[in-house]
Design a protein around this ligand. Sequence first.
Ligand code: MIG
Length: 795
Amino acid sequence: MDPRKLLLALRFVGLRTALRAVWSAWERDRAERSIRIPHPVPWQPIRPLERMDLLPDGARFNGPDAELEVRFLASDVLRLTWTPGLLPLPYAVVRETLEETPIAWAPQPDGWVLESSAVRIAVSAHGRLRFQTPAGCVWREEDPPERGGGAWRHRIRLRPEERLYGLGERAAPLNRRGRVYRMWNRDPGGSYGPDADPLYLGIPLWLSLHSDGAYLVFYENPFDAIFDLGATEPDAAWVTFAGGALRYYVFYGPPARAMNRYTELTGRPPLPPRWALGFHQSRWSYMSAEEVRAVARGFQEHELPLQAIHLDIDYMDGYRVFTVDRRRFPDLPELIRELEGQGIRTVVILDPGVKIDPDHPVYREGWRQGAFCRLPDGRIYRGLVWPGWCAFPDFTDPQVRRWWGSHYRSFVEMDVAGFWHDMNEPTTFTAWGEPTFPRTVRHALEGRGGDHREAHNLYGLLMNQAAWEALRELRPDRRPFLLTRSGWAGVQRYAWNWTGDTESTWAMLRRTLSVVLGLGLSGIPYTGPDIGGFSGAPSAELFIRWFQAAAFMPFFRSHAAKGTPRREPWAFGEPALSIIREFLRLRVRLLPYLYTLAWETAQTGAPLVRPLFWLDEKDPSLWEIEDAFLLGPALLVAPVVEEGARSRKVFLPSGEWYDFWSDQRFAGPGTVEASAPLERIPIFVRAGSILPMAEGGLTLHIYVPSTGGGEGSLYHDDGDGFGPYRMARFRMEREGNRVGLRWVDEGELPWPWETLTLRFHGFSVRRAVVDGREIPVQGDCFTVRPFREVQINGS
Ligand code: MIG
């Protein structure tokens, strides 16, 4: 182990735990010795496929070594399964098929062709697959797969210009091409910087863009895998799975459409409670109720909006999960009530490890119920975490999920608003080797049985499923809020994510943008970093810049490691405090917009934070931009990620853009040098946007294009629960010096605002006619009652 890491680990865990970590690594190695971890076997090409049997929505192809099943789940979605190999349990997917799809087939000189209205796939007898448009344009091409022991691998040809994105949480550049990635969820230990791999939450999926189109591929296989995306061979990707069938889904179409389909298959991220989109304050740890009160008071005294406080592991009694330390938190329910009175929600951390302690009721119960993971010889597996030796619930067992979920009750009764799931990669402290369970650990896997090689990457996903299902039952009228460090495909159905233990460096702030963008393109729209980084002591400037960037990310939380200097917004004095206050207020103003985006992602899976190519995936000049991002359809955010910088270059895609701060108008495409004094980062608004903001009442900011139209919408409901909603869609059209604005509503909730303010940007208003009646106007802004149509004259 690298001595620096060891020192850091010692600082966090202490000498006793460090010594035990040696013991724990030794136990793991011993446990693993009892199975044959297959020695690398030479790869064997499969012998040719000999026959085809047609299915209603696809076909089966058989050869002496392998079977390939191809099914059209929709005209633009294919599922391919190469066996032999264990089929995946349907943990990631929520649908078996998407829509009925008529297909045609035809024999070919060297194989077969199957075709829907959108996709043609040519299957050669050798097992080469060519994905095409019906017109014959190839957009993905695979060489025949190979078998090695129980493993599968295959090779996908890459175009010279092709870019690849996704793979879940990766500290890599936005375009993942040119590197090797491992799919094996892992706590990098201590903290991580750019390029660390793997991290806590891998998703075996990529989005490809090239000059003949775009597609997304998702490998439904939880085994340890290697994705070599053009590192070994520049013009090929090699994908290798250590076990299981080689099953994957291919979604044809531009990013928005592919994500829509992917989240139709694996589940959409549900609408969160609105408070979760506000600011969260955290630290490892607030050590007592008094300290929490002081933090809340600080926010009040400094006039800083705050929606949630997080309690890290020290609120527990000796780190025993589902307990509370009564010395530090003598009356947690009372504290929670007090905070709630100030509009602050409480979120508590939970780790999956259960302290092996006969006096700990959760351990006793779990033991009695057989809830814990076992070694092949039947003994309960023990691993080291904060409480010392722990047993681990087997979340792959539905009964265990229910049992675990039942323990959320006492916290729900105290009105704990959300739960923060840490260490669920799963992570254990080991002095060397993989910081997780031995691969021999047994898992129920829904009764089918299996070991940790299959269950490892699923562990976090299923912990969240357990909690989600429990919360839906315990608190049926509230939306669950879960925050998780680990997960797998489908985890977006249950939880938000944060990007874990990052270094407090400029390099990592910069890289954080790619991490967040990459997660969004992997189906995980709700994520964000620890502001300032986790492990270090950011300078005031780094903290400010990090704060400004995070203010535009879905999960907006300040958090820091034990032993680091304080980071509450006032810790850095002025001008930091005032700047932070401005961005906290801006976030509050943006909430109607963010909440509308949240509603949109619940319908379509579109991430809130998007790469610039979301605007036009056919424009290669947008493919590599990773120092700026879009927040929804309206905003382009260009964080400052360099120390000392007081301006930066921003590439504006084609179209017209408004500087958010000055209203100056720019025409893209092109690069501008945008000013970025410490109190600002460049933000641009796309002309044609209608941005709803909370400014006292509701204001619609209307960014008028010099010609043509635009639109915007506003989603509104109670902020929690499952009651009625209201969706307002606005459409504007400009013709010369006239702007028309139309409003169409949907939903049952009565419109909640008596009036609203219309503020025009890039257009000065002279005359306004609201539903046929002229009203007096002054300047660029006027207030109206709800309307159907407004006609404005001006210039
Ligand atoms: O081994 O709970 O990523 O956010 O503060 C460290 C203590 C355990 C890791 C989490 C971090 C949290 C910390 N946890």
